[in-house]
Write a protein that binds this ligand. Sequence first.
Ligand code: PLP
Length: 367
Amino acid sequence: MSQTKIPVLDLKPQYESIKGEIQTAINRVIESGQFIMGPDVKAFEQEVAAYLGVKYAIGVNSGTDALVIGLRAAGIGEGDEVITTPFSFFATAESISNVGAKVVFADIDGSTYNIDPQQIRDKISSRTKAIIPVHLYGQPAAMGQIMEIAQEYGLRVIEDCAQSFGARYDGQAVGTIGDVGAFSFFPSKNLGGYGDGGMIVTDDEQIAEVAGMLRVHGAKKKYHNEVLGYNSRLDTIQAAILRVKLQYIDKWNQGRRRVAVVYNRLLADVEGVVTPGLAEGHVFHQYTVRVTGGKRDGVKDYLTEQGIGSMIYYPIPQDQLPVYKGQYEACPVSDLAAQEVLSLPIWPELEEDAIEKVVDVLEEGLS
Ligand SMILES: *Cc1c(COP(=O)(O)O)cnc(C)c1O
């Protein structure tokens, strides 16, 4: 068999399709000389707010900072408990710890890999102040039930939307359902810049005001610092790049969905592989299957040998990471997912013959 290499992610076809526009945008910023909080930052914030259907959007330096600043702006800090999923990138739990609150893990639903609302209920205490659902792999969490719980107990909801720009739950953009939405523009995300970037969105005027202050050293007025903040601005060049890319996000998200549909069709009858559901509004940041029967690592090694990229998101659940190990009771559904998940190559332009090739090699690896 010929060795056509297929990486897990290829950003080049996308760049080729918008190269001229990107270079014009970058040059515009350089020519203007307004590198910090230039006009493109404000314009991008307004465009994101309009796209998502939310009142306020505040550009920050990363998705991680969007979570940290979002939590603080929502009034979460020392002595508070925040319930989140163990099955996410460490930035989710790290942000809670970094604002001085206690992380509480609630296990996931094994079919969506998202936090299980019933498990949230079981973890609520008198100290619980907020929930951070993560829309993992681009699939909206069970926001209907999560918002019901939040209302019942008076909790804040901060949505971790790092993997889900443009995803919708019941027709509503994720990030606009809870009190705060935190987005990442890390290059590999669905809406990715060419460097770090993030955004906080909210309909709450006070949260927006505090977040806007925290991103610039805690000052509403320059040199009149009121609280301890951060240097966490969205870079103007990144904002200019992201303004170009925002125009294509629906097309690209549809492209990802098309890839997922093809994978699901080709993998439908493959024994030992569990395909993801095609939930409405899922934007397939990752296309992630479960490889059952203890075969996942063998399959991954075989794919690698054959030049096919794949990734494990995430090999170690957050509660099992060295930083937290031994502090929490087990989350068995999350633990099993960590042993079985495998994310396959996906990007909007990925062609059908490449998808077929990935599936063929995966099937070889299973036998
Ligand atoms: C990428 C990611 C983050 C962090 O975003 P950065 O921009 O890299 O700081 C947070 N949460 C999740 C679920 C992510 O995938």
